[in-house]
Ligand binder design. Structure first.
Ligand SMILES: C[S@@+](CC[C@H](N)C(=O)[O-])C[C@H]1O[C@@H](n2cnc3c(N)ncnc32)[C@H](O)[C@@H]1O
Length: 318
């Protein structure tokens, strides 16, 4: 692929990264970029084995989220796609995965945070993989120029997710698919706390946000270690679903995100809690709201997946 031909505007190159847009002048997007720059750079310095465990966990989950039976099916799908965009690629491990699964495709990872510099350095030997610093809501790609777009766990962090989706719909080729994930709405007490943090976080120092993330991780671990199940009544006015459930899960889904996963390790758990509370931009959607957004972007559902945390799927430009 000749990178010179894919953008509508001139770009510079810095440390192996194509720079389309370096900075947002929108306060919440700029704060969100800073949070992710900090999170990813810190996380990239943690033990490689812990990072690898997260990447493997995320890849397995990706197959479920976007309805690929297994990695072979994903590889076969990607092999038919000439130019693939990992929109909001973070540390770029999924872009690298796509590039390895489909060596004849060109894969571009785009992110607005400085994580792209880490990604470009890490994967510099992968010839069909490129990293771009830019805004996925204003990509500067030509119309109808991409064959598959993966926008995994990203769009709700952009300033106006509907406009971002419309931009992705602009650049994907007709008859091709965009994979998108949005956070699902949770119970009312948790939504209220989450909304509060979207406003509060920009006035809290990053040290304090990390400290709180560590405290929430500890809480998650304490609750998990109790290993208690409780019988919860349905409380529809608070959107609390009844049933028998683990105490940590009950508190996690309904009141406060306190992520703890023994297999992924302490640093990944802390970073997951930070990822949740620190960005100013992090919208959540009901399934109806998500479908409405897809329809406004003129995308047709190919496959849809819903679980407690999210709604996701592959959506077709027709
Ligand atoms: C939760 S991370 C997900 C990263 C990656 N897709 C993954 O699955 O590991 C969200 C990413 O979206 C990026 N992001 C947020 N707003 C963006 C924007 N407007 N343009 C490009 N990237 C953006 C953040 O910098 C961050 O790396």
């Amino acid at each position: 692929m000749n990178v010179n031909n894919i953008f509508q505007q001139e770009f510079s190159i810095q440390d192996g990264v194509f720079i389309i847009s370096d900075e947002s002048n929108i306060e919440n997007q700029s704060q969100t970029n800073d949070v992710f720059s900090e999170k990813w750079i810190k996380y990239s310095q943690e033990e490689l084995s812990e990072q690898e465990a997260l990447f493997e966990f995320q890849k397995k989950w990706y197959l479920d989220l976007y309805s690929f039976k297994d990695e072979d099916e994903l590889a076969a799908y990607l092999s038919n796609q000439e130019v693939i965009l990992d929109a909001g690629c973070g540390l770029g491990y999924k872009a690298k995965w796509f590039a390895d699964l489909s060596p004849e495709s060109s894969v571009i990872g785009m992110d607005y945070s400085d994580a792209v510099f880490v990604a470009a350095k890490r994967y510099k030997d992968t010839k069909n993989l490129f990293f771009v610093k830019g805004d996925i809501a204003d990509t500067k790609f030509h119309n109808d120029s991409l064959s598959y777009i993966s926008c995994d766990q990203v769009i709700h962090h952009t300033e106006n997710p509907l406009n971002t989706l419309k931009e992705l719909a602009r650049i994907i080729k007709k008859g091709h698919e965009i994979a998108v994930y949005v956070y699902a709405k949770k119970a009312l007490p948790r939504e209220l706390l989450d909304d509060y943090f979207r406003l509060a976080t920009k006035n809290i120092s990053s040290e304090d946000m990390w400290e709180m993330s560590e405290q929430l991780t500890e809480l998650g671990k304490v609750l998990t270690d109790l290993n208690i199940e409780i019988e919860v009544p349905d409380i529809p006015l608070l959107d609390i679903k009844g049933g028998r459930m683990d105490l940590q899960r009950f508190i996690y889904w309904n009141f406060v995100k306190c992520f703890w996963n023994e297999d992924l390790g302490k640093e990944t758990s802390i970073s997951t809690n930070y990822d949740w509370y620190a960005p100013s931009n992090a919208d959540r959607y009901s399934i109806e709201e998500f479908k409405e957004m897809l329809s406004l972007a003129n995308l047709e559902v190919s496959v849809m997946h819903t679980e407690e945390a999210c709604h996701s799927g592959r959506f077709l430009k027709f």
